[in-house]
Design a protein around this ligand. Sequence first.
Ligand code: NGQ
Ligand code: ZN
Length: 446
Amino acid sequence: MYLWFETALLPAGWAERVTLCIADGRIAEVLPGSDPAPDAERHRVAIPGLGNVHSHGFQRGMAGLSERRGRPDDDFWSWREIMYRFLDRLTPDDIAAITAQAYVEMLETGYTRVGEFHYLHNDVDGGRYADPAETAGAIINAAEQTGIGLTLLPVFYAHSDFGGRLPKPGQRRFLSDIDSFARLVEASRARLPADAVLGVAPHSLRAVTPEELAAVTALTDGPIHIHAAEQVKEVEACEQWSGARPVEWLLHNAGVDARWTLIHATHLNDSETDRLARSGAVAGLCPVTEANLGDGIFPAERYLAAGGRIATGTDSNIQIDAAHELRSIEYSQRLSLRRRAILSPEGASVGETLFDAALTGAGQALGVATGIAPGAPADILSLNMDHPSFAGATAGTFLDRWIFAGRAGAIDCVWRAGQLQVVRGRHRAAEVIANHYHKTLERLLG
Ligand code: NGQ
Ligand code: ZN
């Protein structure tokens, strides 16, 4: 199949009149400066699809249901109680229906692969399902229904706090021991779709002991993701337990390198910031969720200046939008530092700088090649040049217009592994999946 674009964002920058030859879901050839072949589909502007490194799909179903002040000190921890009550009753079919809706929204806003940090493993009473990959199957089902690329990150969760504390009743659906988790990983692997990637996710230093962390990360050679330093209370509890802050502890004791993605990594002192940047790991920033949960602000300026790698995640899926995540990284810096255009080198576009960084970082974090380049998956977006967001635009401002000033409808088509999944901003199965989602939520909330 041939796609031809007037303009396309290639690894070396914007190019004109670009033919892409696509075979078996991958980009086989990239020909800038070419005329469209007679059978080529023609479009205006192409950019690569972005990876979403952190999602809890089921949380899409409670978006907007925790925005009422419940008590004077409402915070992350009281939100977590509401979240635990919501997930209590979800069946594997509910998980599939809610997650499919989240994945439609990801594709429609520019995410072509998702890292699903999947921890709802057990039945509603905490008992194990006969098939250890029962709920992993629901995630895979959602990915297959929507066509999104999947990096599945089965989560190991065993404790409620530092020092191997006993889990709480609300955590019963998450729990594994090392043997049952190894079976879960293998059963998940056996079900994966063609170009899916399998990693592992020790949930956080609260939920695993150092011994468990070592055993879990030895189970695959895929990506390793962990929540770290999202909340101040967690940093203080970690210091009490170990004398070190969470990211400091991981850097010292866990062999953090390019296999690792630290989700949030919000609360870093200067030395942690510099050392995490040098480690080669990715910081998985989820700024929309972090704002919603009152987590704090990642020290992006210092971290990027030190060469740190970043990617974005939609985490709680309170609102799913790649441009919103990218914009929020820059806006949180502007609000706290009271300056503008902070996260790009002088003279460069902030939108393009953040997009490039998040594209490359997500590829590393999700275990796949990225960009419009030979050998990479054919995960491509086209921008809708008829949309007012792009009035009078030239290539130098395409990404700033989309990220800072775009509105719904700015994205036109989305190809995932060479298949057209979104046309005119709408996923091909959006209606069917939304209907099923409505019915599921009406029953759950009724
Ligand atoms: C989660 N979410 O696993 O869904 C967590 C809440 C926890 C975020 N951290 C649970 N944003 O961290 O204990
Ligand atoms: Zn999370």
